[in-house]
Each structure stands twice: as C-alpha cells, then as structure tokens.
Design a binder for this molecule. Sequence first.
Ligand code: SF4
Length: 277
Amino acid sequence: MKIITAEPTGLCFGVRRAVAALEDALKKYGRVYSLGAPIHNPQETKRLERLGLAVVDAPSLVPKNAAAFVRAHGVSPEVLSALAERSINITDGTCPFVKNAQEKAKALSQDGYIVIILGDVSHPEVRGIMGCVSGEVHVLSGAAEIPESFRGKRCGILSQTTQRVEDFSALAAGFISIAPEVKVYNTICRATLERQRSVCRLAGEADGIVILGGKDSANTKKLAEIGGSSGVPTLWIEHAGELERSWVLGKRTIGIAAGGSTPDWLMKELIQKLKMM
Ligand code: SF4
C-alpha cells in the first residue's frame, strides 16, 4: 500500500502562531484562561491543559488580573474591552487573516454598506467579525439564501476565512445581479484554499482518502466534503486510533490530509499506523 500526504496540509500559519504564543504565555504565567478551546482539536487541547491551560466560555469567567488567551478565531472588540476592563493580561493569538476580515467588515460598515458574511453564524470567528460591524450585518451560508430585500441596496461582502471559493464566487455573483453597488473582499485565506486544492489533487491519485482533524473544525469539515464529493471513499477521523483495518483493506493508494488545526504529532501517529497496516 502506498501512502501519499497532501501538500500543503496540517497546521496552518495562524494556528501554529497562536499555539506558539499560548505556549509562551503558559511558560510565563503558569495558568492561562482561553476563551473557548484554543484549537479545534480535542487531543491538542488536552495536551495544552496539562501545561496549565483552562478553557472558559465567557470573559466574565476569567479571574481579575489573570492571564487570558484569544485564539486564532479572534473575538469581538466588546470581548477585548471586557477583558481589559478587569486588568487581565491578554495574549492575542488572533490570526492576521481573521484580523483583516474584521477590519474589512468594520470599514464596509463605516462606509455605509450592509455587511454580508458568507459563513456559519454560530462559528466564533464569524461572531467576532460581526462584532466589528456598527450597522446592519447578515450571515448567509450560500447564494440560495440571498433575500429579495437586498435588491437596490449597497452591499459589502466578505467571507469567513475557511469557506469554499466556489461558494463565495456564487454569492458575490448573486449580489451583483440584484444590487446596484457591491463591494467584495475575498477574505478566504490562502492556507484554507491551498489545503482544499491539495485534497482535490489527492483525489486524482488515491483510491481512499483519510482526513485527519477535529470534528468541530470548520476547515477540516470542508476538506472531508471535498474528498467525499470527489467520489473517492473518504474517511474523517480525529486520531489514528479511529482508523479500522477493514477500511484500508483492498486499497492500493491512501491519500492523507489534515485540517489546519491538526497538530503534527497526530499526523505522525496516523502515518505510523498506516505503515504498520
Ligand atoms: S485557516 Fe487561515 S485564517 Fe484561519 S487561522 Fe489558519 S491561516 Fe489563519
């Protein structure tokens, strides 16, 4: 059996940078409170918890004067102010690409555009971007959701960083057909795009694809969707322990790819397990 690893794959620049900043903060403060899991990967979160990380759901749960960590998804300005007001030492791991989307959303809103975000309204990154908008803001999951009420309005469009380019293009085209003025910022990050393309390439070479990454990771989910829609049997697992011999049997070439929040050590474990099979 041949194993092909997607290129590029695994930890993206933003998450790698954020985890490094968190590890530095843990060394400095001992105890650091993260607003939500610092990375969409339960195995990596557990490793960081062993180093002193505490995951909390709200800024109010971070004790006064303690150390807090903002993950790569970013948070709204309101959350940052709530932390600063209580003299909390903030390590800001917001990915620069997410910061860019936040700034674009703010600027569109200040310039009088209705802000439309392609994405998942429940995703923390999207909530953070929405929090930067002072006027009207909507989150759509695709072109099919564009309502008639946008007809004739000035619309500013951007995307959650992990969305598919095809979906974003379709959304922008949909708005162009109904609105007199449309401003589009492509805020999909290259790391996401490159990982998506690498899975498309795998599909041309492998007769089975394994996607490795957390089940709550939006970018990993997209990779699994791309693999699945290629017609090549695609398996999405969080760690090597979930890989069954029966799935691998009969396949001559296995392609493997990891989401942008999957640490290198999990990928190494998977490769080792496949080699043993
Ligand atoms: S996927 Fe892109 S935007 Fe998100 S953290 Fe990684 S580099 Fe940043």
